[in-house]
Design a protein around this ligand. Sequence first.
Ligand code: ASP
Length: 299
Amino acid sequence: MPPQRDRVPAPRVPSIIVHGGAGADPVEGRDELRAGVRVAVLEGWRVLAGGGSALGAVERAVRALEDHPRFNAGRGSVLTSAGTVETDASIMEGDRLQCGAVAAVSRIANPVTLARRVMEASRHILLVGEGALAFARAQGLPECDPEALVTERQRVRHRELVAATKGTVGAVALDRHGTIAAATSTGGLAGKLPGRVGDSALIGCGTYAESSTGGVSCTGDGEAIIRVVLARRALDYLQQADDADYAARVAVDLLVEEGRGHGGLILLDWRGRTGWAHSTPLMPVALMSAAFTEPRVPF
Ligand code: ASP
């Protein structure tokens, strides 16, 4: 039996937070990142403001970031050592711990939507590679030319072996019914071996949502995040401390000290309070809630 959450009287104040990946600070390119996360948070917010679900909001926000060529997800994904794109994504709805994920998928412009289909229309949680593509076809999801996901920027980086700035994307939302959802999408690490799967496809590592506690989306060194099961651990800290910012900071310390890697995460608690932290120079973040008149883009 999935745990029953402690229902506190609805309605809640809907909120959403998005990130655009923990990584280096491009300084010059900050405005573009700011504009990108702002548009994405507003897209997600429109769903919540219209009475839609947290799940619909995180999917919409992540799709906006997948479509944006500047972020490492969907179009704009970093390239594998073979010069190809292989994406990972996951999504989770925290009322009944329903979740779906895909890994090492090419030819799909919006992997987060495919992850949602896995959750809603299959008996499984994680589909990879060719099997995930076959499922996408059976679901009637549009397939794209894999080249359409490769941007000139990533091609140059690949050729010149430039360490790509990271730019994984994620979102966490709380809707007026008190449901929390989280989603993460990425092209992974630049130069990764074909077939490598990172934390963004793994429930509990890159993504987790439990409506009675909160939701999390992580970014950074996937192997380190997996090592410490970061998303779930961040929610454990949130449960203990009831302070979203503190939980985010302690979780990032765990990532650095025990995971032996760098990254960051965003977190939203059951009351709609946000927290985020990162050990890298930058992690673009944007948030919006019924308590604000405008989205906040605090970086
Ligand atoms: N966590 C992602 C991965 O390892 C990369 C990132 O967040 O930048 O695939």
